[in-house]
Design a protein around this ligand. Structure first.
Ligand SMILES: Cc1cc2nc3c(=O)[nH]c(=O)nc-3n(C[C@H](O)[C@H](O)[C@H](O)COP(=O)(O)OP(=O)(O)OC[C@H]3O[C@@H](n4cnc5c(N)ncnc54)[C@H](O)[C@@H]3O)c2cc1C
Length: 575
């Protein structure tokens, strides 16, 4: 056989083989028809299809922001933006300590989807809205946008939150604020690694935790030395030490704590020194985390790193707490948002999935579980939205008292509930709730982090006790807020009376702290739902969370509650 003929035969053989493969593929695909699976939950407006959020924003005076929230809700519901959330998590950030020639570079590379998401958020002012446009409802509008954003991708919400939260702490030192705030408040995302004066926008991180103590920051050993004669707020220092957790290490600067002769002080530590050289900020490695994967969290060392002091010397904790109060508030938004995403998935799934000849949404036991999951989001959102309105009036002492206590109570309860809530939600989807192609797995891995960072559960409870012990008026304000909703719902009134008696008994106060704080949280959530005025929701919530029929797991609602109406209110509709 000639070479040409041989090649022809080989080609024919391979052609025939391809045909055979194609034929067998058709046969395989014909083994069954795919049915009884829900349509993809995508290409819908995540704001418009979230009635509890629409109501909460309206109640909080955020009607003027509806157009902007609708716009981002439209984008975030699109398949391509949902996909970016997956891509940013499937392709974890990578740390490069050196370049190919051995120069130290300390660079963290992210998937392009991460940068797209950051740019979207910053363009929509999620990192700065209330500072850029302070007005009634500004925090509420920002909450709504952040809430929608977190549902697509929670990891990048970390640097966004820190950038948002740093502003009041930086404002305390005008010389630093003058240079940095215009870049922080900029609506351009600029991930380039260069000195601040060359950048179009900046992101900010926070580095407090050291190996020997995260909660107990007073145990910090990092030490700051003044560089010249000038000391105190705005002065230049060099810091030697380490931080055991420093998330988003590619930020442009970090609020950090270090000891001085007068005690623990707060600093702003940039990645570049004012003379244009790289700062002595070295990333040791990235943490290998169970979740929160799109976000880089690192261990860092400061080897004589340049920093400006923020606030007064020795007053590091009160200065950085201005930031921490807001990151804790954002943890409440973040966890409520994870629960909302779970509820969107659950209500969508059960509306389409049939088991034993009937859609799950029509089956009483599933109705009980799903409605209960929806109620949890209603309560968490109402409480967090109340905080947003209080944050709009920093000059109002009563409102700030409310912020002081409600942040600790809410951070404790909402973040803790999210883990349980999302586990239960996963189960509602059955097996596909456990696979990586479902967002549920990501939500489940993400959920615990809000509970741990920025002060873990016990720390929040102790903070409540500290606030009450130090300034009893904060408790008076909290109770006065709860009383605004009294005389409208029987279980609410009985529970409020029980809470007051619990709060007046100081015996074993610390040991009982969780029980007290949980009661405060449920009561405040119920209060806000009553004040919002949807009787179906507040009645169900009060009976489920404050009444005697309270169960430990989700799905223990009293029998006469209209579960279907609660579910339909939360369910995103594609048509
Ligand atoms: C993903 C991730 C990212 C992080 N990013 C950052 C970051 O960017 N910057 C940063 O500074 N930190 C960051 N952290 C660190 C985080 O804030 C700390 O881990 C957290 O504050 C707890 O500190 P710790 O780990 O030292 O635990 P510890 O302080 O040892 O606490 C352990 C446990 O003891 C409890 N506890 C503490 N005191 C008491 C008490 N008196 N009574 C009863 N119980 C108590 C706590 O509630 C906690 O449950 C991050 C953590 C994680 C997981």
């Amino acid at each position: 056989m000639s070479e040409q003929a041989e090649n022809q035969t080989l080609n024919n053989d391979s052609h025939n083989h391809e045909h055979e493969l194609e034929a067998s593929a058709i046969v395989i695909s014909e083994t069954h028809e795919v049915f009884n699976q829900p349509p993809h939950l995508e290409d819908f407006n995540t704001f418009e299809q979230d009635q509890p959020l629409v109501d909460a924003l309206h109640h909080a005076g955020g009607d003027w922001g509806v157009e902007a929230v609708t716009r981002i809700g439209d984008l975030l519901g699109r398949a391509e933006w949902i996909e970016r959330g997956f891509q940013a998590n499937e392709n974890k950030p990578e740390f490069h300590s050196h370049d190919r020639y051995g120069h130290r570079i300390d660079r963290v590379d992210f998937h392009p989807a991460y940068h797209d998401l950051m740019a979207l958020a910053i363009e929509h002012n999620i990192h700065a809205a209330p500072w850029n446009t302070p007005q009634k409802g500004a925090h509420a509008v920002r909450l709504a946008m952040n809430y929608l954003y977190n549902q697509n991708e929670a990891g990048s919400a970390c640097p966004l939150t820190m950038t948002f939260a740093c502003v009041p702490a930086i404002q305390k030192t005008p010389s630093v604020a003058k240079q940095w705030l215009p870049k922080i408040l900029s609506r351009e995302y600029d991930p380039s690694f260069q000195p601040i004066d060359k950048k179009r926008g900046a992101t900010i991180g926070m580095a407090m935790t050291e190996k020997q103590g995260g909660t107990d920051v007073r145990a910090n050993t990092s030490y700051a030395y003044p560089m010249g004669d000038k000391e105190g707020a705005g002065a230049e220092y060099e810091i030697v030490g380490h931080k055991w957790f420093c998330s988003a290490p590619m930020c442009d600067a970090f609020l950090t704590l270090a000891q001085t002769e007068s005690g623990l002080s707060c600093f702003l530590l940039p990645r570049w020194r004012p003379d244009g050289s790289r700062n002595e900020f070295y990333i040791q490695r990235l943490k290998d985390k169970m979740g929160n994967r799109s976000n880089a969290s690192s261990e860092v060392e400061f080897r004589g790193a340049f920093a400006w002091m923020l606030g007064d010397e020795g007053r590091g904790v009160p200065t950085i707490i201005e930031m921490v109060a807001l990151t804790r508030y954002d943890c409440m938004i973040g966890s409520t948002s994870l629960m909302r995403q779970a509820v969107a998935q659950v209500t969508h799934h059960i509306a389409h999935r049939e088991v034993m000849g009937k859609r799950l949404i029509e089956q009483p036991l599933m109705q009980n579980v799903a409605a209960d999951l929806c109620l949890e989001v209603e309560g968490a959102l109402a409480m967090t939205m109340r905080l947003a309105t209080a944050l709009d009036t920093p000059e109002d002492e009563q409102e700030q008292n409310l912020v002081r206590l409600t942040t600790a109570v809410g951070k404790y309860w909402i973040c803790k509930r999210a883990t349980h809530h999302i586990g239960e939600s996963q189960e509602c989807l059955g097996g596909i709730g456990y696979v990586e192609e479902s967002i549920m797995s990501r939500l489940y891995r993400e959920a615990p982090v809000n509970s741990i960072w920025e002060g873990s559960g016990n720390v929040q409870c102790l903070d409540v006790l500290r606030a009450v012990g130090k300034a009893p008026e904060v408790l008076d304000t909290f109770i006065a807020e709860l009383e605004k909703a009294s005389s409208r719902q029987a279980e609410y009134d009985a529970s409020l009376a029980a809470l007051k008696s619990q709060l007046s008994d100081f015996e074993n106060f610390q040991f009982r702290a969780r029980s007290i704080v949980e009661h405060m949280a449920r009561q405040m959530q119920a209060c806000q739902l009553i004040l919002m005025g949807n009787e179906l929701i507040y009645n169900a919530f009060c009976r489920a969370r404050l009444g005697e029929q309270r169960g430990l797991s989700f799905g223990n609602l009293p029998a006469d509650i209209d579960c279907r109406a609660i579910i339909e209110r939360a369910r995103p509709k594609l048509d």
